[in-house]
Design a protein around this ligand. Structure first.
Ligand code: F6R
Length: 641
């Protein structure tokens, strides 16, 4: 198997199709990096090179720019190059892809605001050279405005470079499904999925505009060079469709298959569904590691609908796994994988005392462990591992739950007002009246006052105590860090600071855990869960010299949205129907997150429903592979730090 992951600094320039690896399934050149940070730096370097080349030729460099979470790190790097390396933008002219309609420039959700905040305010570009579609154009003027935008790009000689992100609908710019190959700059109606994805930053889907102005497919296609950025598992499915699927107006990004100088820059999450990564044995001869064997055989069971122990030589041969079969006997392979799966199942997540632990996921000793459950938001502990939490407490371990962020942004004004009014009735005070007034007089998209944020955080705290008490935990074992990176009052969070890490280091040092559970969500590389995991990993790195750390194991669970693939799971904790109910009740304690929750994503089910379906699904997958049948299971992966 040829490695497709970039380890060393690598050229990301386009190689014409036919000259890069694994062309059998792929129609767009792509380069995969192990992390989006390094990838973003390489893209910024390519842009900087182009700017400098044009400077040397005394020519203007025309850049097409995107907004969204994907290009943020690229812009950060360009700003750094400007400040530290003297990269000048004096010869640069920019055209942004799109803007919501209607949208005021000063609105913090506008792309105008975004571009200035992330790039233009920090570089020496001439403001005259910045072009962003105007979200205040009157309806009757939009056609003329869009034609003018298109004309201006042409007058500058067209785009030298276009930076793109991709939406889950397959949109580039806001060219939603149905967009025509020859479309130009125009007004478009946003797809429902796009509005759902934008909902968190608008604090609810009802506030997301329905329309936008976007450059067209034809405008984008005419760029001399195109780079599309894709980060995180959330993008994996659409990236696969775009790179491997047929060209279709239903996935407008597939039009890029016809571009002669286009590269997709991906991280491993976004590239995870590509055939060369998902089922590499279908692409080329593989180096059959234990992990790859497990992945392939579990996939083979899904393909054939058989249990592991009933796979035959013919199943292997018929499904592109003849290479593995030529090296090992199918009977041995089946037994190996069956045992591997069997050994992941345990009702003793803290280790089974006085038992042989050779084939168990956790150590038997010490019999009573100190355990930390890190919960990024105040309800992830019960949503993601409520059953395991219950077992750990029941089996006598010293369990501590540590809530990393306040989660205050996800409490609605209506809920906050309810509690403020109760407080006011009990004990009228100026402070509480001020909070009620601030809710009553709030403008659209206005950031909450610090007092209101505090109240919202307190609501979530009380709910967490209700849940942890219900799980049998003492209040003294419940800790709230309120990590500062989260406390911006908006959906956009700060980067981790020393203060965040210091809080994490202190609490771990105080508890000296044998086991840590943390959220291992990588689907959204900019999301709170990922930042919280980074904080755990950084704290553990700093604590490495401490003697207790060598006996500390880190187990990762997945949040509400995804589950580990079966082949990745290293510990799977079964739940009885009673435990499923107990978990449900613990989730119910988080009342502010019930019903129309603010950050629902594209899944309209409540958190308890998603959690139950997911845990049942894991149990069913184990059963389908030939393991015992359980009501539900929670899955973990051990991270060796
Ligand atoms: C932004 C734009 C969109 C985004 C896409 C991905 O100007 O035109 O196409 O690139 O929606 O957004 P993120 O990067 O936030 O996932």
């Amino acid at each position: 198997m040829k490695t497709t992951m970039v380890k060393k600094k690598r050229d990301i320039n386009h190689q014409p199709i036919g000259q890069f690896e694994e062309t059998r399934f792929e129609k767009i050149h792509n380069v995969i990096f192990s992390d989006s940070n390094e990838a973003s730096i390489r893209v910024a370097e390519e842009i900087a090179e182009l700017i400098r080349k044009k400077q040397n030729q005394n020519r203007t460099c025309v850049l097409g720019l995107a907004t969204g979470s994907s290009p943020i790190r690229v812009y950060e790097e360009l700003v750094r190059m400007h400040k530290e390396e003297g990269l000048s933008f004096q010869n640069v002219v920019t055209f942004n892809l799109d803007e919501y309609l209607p949208m005021e420039k000063s609105n913090i959700q506008s792309y105008h605001y975004f571009m200035h905040e992330h790039l233009f305010n920090h570089i020496d570009i001439d403001p005259e050279n910045v072009h962003i579609p105007d979200g205040t154009v009157a309806t009757e003027d939009t056609t003329a405005y869009c034609l003018g935008y298109e004309r201006k790009i042409k007058e500058y000689g067209g785009l030298d470079f276009q930076l793109l992100g991709i939406g889950r609908t397959g949109h580039i710019g806001f060219n939603e499904p149905g967009s025509h190959y020859n479309s130009g700059t125009r007004v478009i109606t946003l797809d429902h999925i796009t509005r759902v994805d934008a909902a968190p930053s608008f604090l609810g889907i009802a506030n997301v505009p329905r329309k936008a102005i976007t450059m067209g497919i034809s405008t984008v296609r005419k760029a001399k060079r195109i780079i599309l950025l894709g980060w995180g598992e959330n993008k994996a499915e659409i990236i696969k469709k775009t790179i491997e699927g047929e060209i279709s107006s239903q996935v407008p990004a597939t039009y890029l298959q016809n571009h002669s100088n286009c590269t997709f820059i991906l991280d491993t999450g976004a590239a995870s569904e590509l055939t060369k990564n998902k089922t590499p044995w279908l692409v080329d001869a593989c180096e059959w590691t234990e992990e790859l064997k497990a992945k392939a055989i579990i996939w083979l069971c899904e393909e054939t609908g058989k249990t592991v122990l009933s796979l035959t030589d013919k199943d292997y041969n018929d499904n592109g796994m003849a290479d593995l079969l030529s090296k090992e006997d199918s009977y041995d392979l089946n037994i190996q994988i069956f045992n591997k799966l069997q050994h992941t199942i345990t009702g003793w997540p803290g280790g089974k005392p006085n038992a042989d632990d050779t084939h168990r996921p956790e150590r038997a000793e010490p019999a009573k462990k100190r355990v930390i459950i890190f919960s990024p938001h105040p309800d992830d502990d019960v949503i993601s591992m409520g059953g395991t939490f219950d077992r750990l407490v029941e089996q006598g371990h010293e369990v501590h739950v540590i809530y990393q962020t306040s989660g205050n942004i996800a409490v609605s004004d209506t809920d906050a007002r309810k509690f403020a009014e109760i407080a006011m009735n009990l004990n009228p005070s100026e402070k509480v009246q001020k909070i009620i007034n601030s809710i009553n007089n709030k403008q659209d998209s206005q950031i909450d006052s610090p007092e209101l944020r505090r109240l919202k955080g307190d609501i979530r705290r009380s709910e967490s105590y209700a849940a942890t008490r219900y799980m049998g935990l003492k209040d003294a074992h419940v800790h709230f860090l309120d990590l500062p990176f989260y406390e911006t009052g908006t959906i956009k969070k700060n980067n981790l600071s020393e203060e965040d890490i210091a809080l994490m280091v202190d609490i771990i040092k105080q508890i000296k855990p044998h086991q840590i559970y943390a959220a291992g969500d990588l689907a959204d590389p900019h999301g709170t869960h990922k930042v919280c995991l980074d904080a755990v990993l950084e704290a553990l790195k700093r604590l490495k010299p401490e003697p207790f750390i060598k006996d500390c194991w880190l187990w990762l669970y997945r949040g509400a949205w995804h589950e580990w693939d079966i082949n990745e799971i290293e510990m799977c904790v079964p739940m009885s129907p009673g435990q499923v109910l107990k978990k449900r009740n613990a989730i119910f304690c988080h009342q502010s997150q019930k019903d129309g929750v603010m950050f629902q994503g594209d899944d309209s089910r409540e958190f308890w429903m998603r959690a139950e379906e997911r845990n049942r699904d894991t149990a069913n997958k184990y059963k389908d592979l030939g393991m015992s049948s359980y009501a539900a299971m929670e899955a973990f992966v051990r991270h060796k730090f």
